[in-house]
Design a binder for this molecule. Structure first.
Ligand code: EPZ
Length: 418
């Protein structure tokens, strides 16, 4: 099991390039199931979750050729419309196969994902939506068995709570349904809009992706397409905070500044200087006084829950009290205890974490629990006095490609130990 050994104290200086978005590439890969023609995706990050999804698609019947960041998929026929437990338990986004399989062949057998470190994470809204489109779904032995023998038909699906992959799953089911589908209270995340762009290139008829109401006019069939995945806004945000917490001067390149607008605004409120040198870069300069500023996670375009842990690490170094409220997941504060072991002053109270600072962090042995919590421990270690050893970095490898190489290139003293 790999570990990271990090010596804190270096102010990061220089440029960090951002890769393609994991959370956009995952649904885009699943979308290839919707046609027997080839789909080519560019800027696909080589992270563990992507490899898991590719393995799932091969088991289902896709031919997958990976050439660096370009992935070519071709699914001449669905051989096995199933997402087995052994894959799903390692990556819950496998539920993104549900919609495409039902749309393509009228059948799907997908393991219930089960909970994960950050919460129960049910997929009841995916199931509700697919039933509205005419699927018959039952749950047995930990699996969802879905059939739509007469095909899916358009319907109005009103999500009572916003779900990102729920919106994506339903959009992929609707593109081949008979008639019109309306998704209300849909997720507005950039990854949803990026998926819609790919589907439209494949011949789908979609309006309103990126807003709360998405209209899909079903078509007979989809054809192949080529698409470049958008930049990973969470990776970009993580590196901006790395520049801020180390008091450095970091330019994040190849990103979409608008997609991290809430974080940029929050950083500026804390006293961190953030400028936009050009259309695809953001420059962050730390080093000044850092003020504690409250933060509440919200669906896009609010402050992303996937940057909450990283922001908490930053607030351990800020002057005052910052109240951080996590409204999306019920158990997403695991990093707080680990940061506290490094010296942070954090008190948890239900959905809130109260961070008092500034507190000097000291290097310690810590354990990563989930993808973004791990990133927060790396950020803490970068500013901690002494050496930190982070265990179970496979969590980080799920969503960050070569994070240690990218950070080392701008001066971080970080190395991976087998
Ligand atoms: C996506 O997960 C992301 N994953 C998550 O990123 C991200 O944290 C999350 O959206 C919120 O932005 C991918 O895109 C692959 P949700 P998703 O459905 O779609 C509840 C990362 O670090 N809910 O928007 O699974 C759910 O429990 C990952 O890259 C239901 O109750 O999240 C949660 O509390 C972590 N029933 C809330 O809604 C459902 O059917 C939002 O979940 C679906 C969701």
């Amino acid at each position: 099991m790999d570990k990271f050994v990090i010596k804190g104290g270096a102010a990061l200086q220089g440029e960090i390039p951002v890769g393609g978005s994991k959370n956009s590439a995952l649904p885009a890969l699943a979308a290839a199931l919707l046609t027997e023609e080839p789909v080519t995706l560019r800027r696909v990050p080589a992270v563990r979750d992507i490899r898991t999804m590719q393995r799932l698609l091969v088991d289902i019947g896709s031919k997958v050729d990976v050439d660096g960041e370009t992935v070519r998929l071709e699914t001449p026929a669905i051989v096995c419309p199933e997402a087995p437990y052994e894959l799903v338990k390692t990556m819950r986004a496998s539920s993104l196969a549900l919609g495409p399989l039902l749309a393509r062949c009228g059948r799907a057998r997908v393991s219930l994902p089960g909970g994960c470190a950050i919460g129960a994470r049910p997929i009841n809204l995916h199931i509700f939506g697919l039933e509205q489109l005419g699927a018959r779904i039952n749950q047995t032995h930990g699996y969802i068995e879905a059939v739509a023998p007469e095909g899916l038909r358009g319907a109005v699906v009103h999500f009572d709570r916003i779900t990102v992959t729920g919106t994506e799953d339903l959009m992929m089911a609707a593109v081949l349904a008979k008639g019109e589908t309306l998704l209300r209270n849909a997720a507005r995340e950039p990854e949803v809009a990026d998926l819609a762009q790919l589907l439209v290139k494949m011949g789908a008829r979609i309006e309103g992706a990126g807003t709360s109401t998405i209209k899909v006019e079903g078509v007979e069939r989809l054809h192949g397409a080529e698409h470049t995945i958008i930049a990973d806004r969470i990776e970009a945000g993580t590196f901006l905070i790395a520049g801020a917490i180390t008091g450095g001067d970091v330019t994040v390149t190849g990103c979409v500044p608008e997609h991290v607008g809430a974080l940029v605004s929050k950083l500026q409120q804390t006293g961190v200087g953030v400028t936009q040198p050009d259309a695809t870069s953001l420059r962050v300069r730390g080093g000044g006084r850092l003020r504690s500023v409250d933060m509440t996670t919200e669906e896009y375009p609010g402050f992303a829950t996937d940057l909450q842990a990283q922001y908490m690490a930053l607030m351990t170094q800020a002057e005052g009290i910052a109240i951080i409220e996590e409204t999306i997941f019920e158990n997403r504060f695991m990093h707080a205890q680990e940061l506290a072991r490094m010296g942070a002053n954090i008190r948890l109270d239900g959905k809130q974490a109260i961070v008092a600072g500034p507190r000097e962090l000291t290097g310690a042995g810590v354990i990563a629990s989930d993808l973004r919590a791990s990133a927060s421990l790396v950020l803490g270690a970068l500013v901690a006095r002494g050496e930190t050893v982070i265990d179970r970095v496979y969590h980080i490898d799920r969503g960050y490609e070569k994070i240690e190489a990218k950070l080392a290139r701008v001066g971080a003293k970080i190395q991976r130990v087998e």
